[in-house]
Write a new protein. Sequence first.
Length: 62
Amino acid sequence: MYPIRQEGRSNASGDILRLFGDTLDAVGVEWRPANQARTVQNISVAKRASVALMDRHIGPKY
C-alpha cells in the first residue's frame, strides 16, 4: 500500500486562488475547496494522480 499524500495551498486573495485553480485545471490536476467557509481560502489536491502531477510540475512538498 502506498502512503497517502495531500497537497494544500492557502491564500486569502480571490484573484490568486482563481489563477491557481485555473492553472490546476489547465494542467489536469483535480482539486477542490478545502474548507466550509463562504469564500474559498484553501485549495486541496488529494488524489494520488493529481499529487504526482503536481510533483512533476513544481516538485514535491516537504
